[in-house]
Ligand binder design. Structure first.
Ligand SMILES: [Ca+2]
Length: 405
């Protein structure tokens, strides 16, 4: 697609947004809307934390260091009670992977393993004991595959997911930032537990509209199909549009953070953790590395990197946080209790829908009046959202502290 086509496409997308704005569930969603009231501004933060299980395709050394960065949110957001981290690893990417017949999913930088080390680093940094285990490395053979013959070591992630749900007194939010294989396999083994104990699955994968086989889906199409075809409550946050995973559409989550200068404003321990990951530090004393500042040239290298982000929308929906422009003109990601009169909210929503998924993992959806068991993510103005998040996400990450509250 050339640039002119892309520009036309973006205009079409905008028209689509305005059409939606005139009618339908998203009818209330203009570009920015007034929010907040005096009572909300004075309200205390919620007393009960939100239980979350985080399924992530986190590797060490990193494949997408965005997964390392995103895991900080799971530990640091004050609303979140992180119950477990399930590592979702695909064997193909544990080694360099090059496919001349289809280079779209190549990763010649391979040579990596499940991301235990970044999880132990954050456990050390935050003084937490979040359990962590890996799921099966190979793809499912069909959507009903329970994978009971996978090696016992690789069973631990599915077991931890099911056990954590069983042990929770209340339903849990389950986020999935990779293939969704651990969740699909757990569903094939323990449907009653998952039905009772999952409040909602937040599935960060796929493309909308259909037309592009997105990375997380191609990792294990059967897993994605199984989760979408289940009767679990699932909110889908497509990474990609029909063109690519680096596109700004109304129904996908991608945005570009222009640089990582924010690491200079972050808690020193979190800066060490991020520089270790992004700069692919090769020291083996990975916990001592959380106690010593990295060389300035390493910090400078990381700080100037642009960074692709797909995960912000998931955390905002789970916590109820909003992207706002404050009366002073600052853009921030705020909890409802922090939103003041005069703050302007960037509308985002989960639209109730029906989803029909194809065997290759591409899917179509249709808005329904509700009640629904499936939802699709919607943002009213992707370009303005990206601009605002370039200020708001650094401010949020700079606010994170590692000391226990
Ligand atoms: Ca990921």
């Amino acid at each position: 697609m050339n640039k002119a086509d892309r520009a036309t496409d973006i205009r079409m997308t905008r028209r689509e947004v305005f059409r939606r704005t005139a009618a339908g569930t998203a009818g209330a969603l203009a570009a920015w809307t007034m929010g907040g009231n005096a009572a909300a501004a004075a309200a205390p933060p919620p007393a009960r934390k939100i239980p979350v299980i985080d399924i992530t395709d986190l590797y060490h050394p990193p494949q997408d260091p965005g997964d390392n960065m995103d895991l900080i949110a799971a530990y640091a957001l004050p609303e979140v009670d992180l119950k477990a981290v399930i590592l979702d690893v695909t064997n193909r990417y544990r080694r360099p992977y090059v496919n001349p017949a289809d280079p779209r999913y190549d990763d010649p930088a391979g040579g990596r393993d499940p991301g235990f080390i970044p999880v132990w680093q954050l456990n050390a940094v935050f003084n937490r004991e979040i359990p962590c285990a890996t799921g099966p490395f190979e793809a499912m053979r069909d959507p009903d595959d329970p994978m009971t013959d996978a090696p016992p070591f690789q069973q631990q992630g599915v077991d931890l997911l099911i056990r954590t749900l069983q042990a929770s007194p209340e339903p849990v939010e389950v986020v999935s930032f990779g293939s969704a294989r651990p969740l699909a396999v757990a569903w094939n083994r323990a449907q009653t537990v998952l039905r009772e104990k999952i409040r909602r699955v937040h599935l960060c994968a796929g493309a909308s509209p259909a037309g592009f086989l997105e990375w997380n889906v191609q990792l294990d199409p059967h897993a994605f199909v199984r989760v979408l075809d289940s009767d679990l409550p699932v909110a889908v946050y497509p990474c990609a549009t029909e063109h690519s995973a680096f596109d700004l559409g109304p129904y996908n989550t991608y945005w570009l953070l222009s640089n990582l200068a924010m690491i200079r404003d972050m808690d020193p321990a979190l800066r060490r953790y991020l520089v270790f990951a992004f700069d692919r530090a090769n020291r083996v004393d990975f916990l001592a590395a959380m106690e010593e500042d990295p060389p300035e040239e390493a910090v400078a290298r990381v700080a100037q990197r642009p960074h692709n982000v797909w995960e912000t929308a998931v955390w905002m929906q789970i916590t109820g946080r909003k992207l706002v422009r404050t009366a002073e003109g600052r853009r921030r990601i705020l909890a409802p209790s922090e939103i003041a009169p005069g703050d302007i909210i960037m509308p985002e929503a989960l639209i109730p829908c029906e989803i029909s998924v194809r065997p290759d993992g591409q899917f179509d959806w249709r808005e329904i009046p509700g009640p629904a068991q499936k939802w699709i993510y919607f943002r009213s103005d992707p370009q303005s959202q990206q601009e605002a998040l370039n200020e708001a996400l650094p401010a949020l990450y700079a606010s994170f502290r590692v000391a226990a509250a």
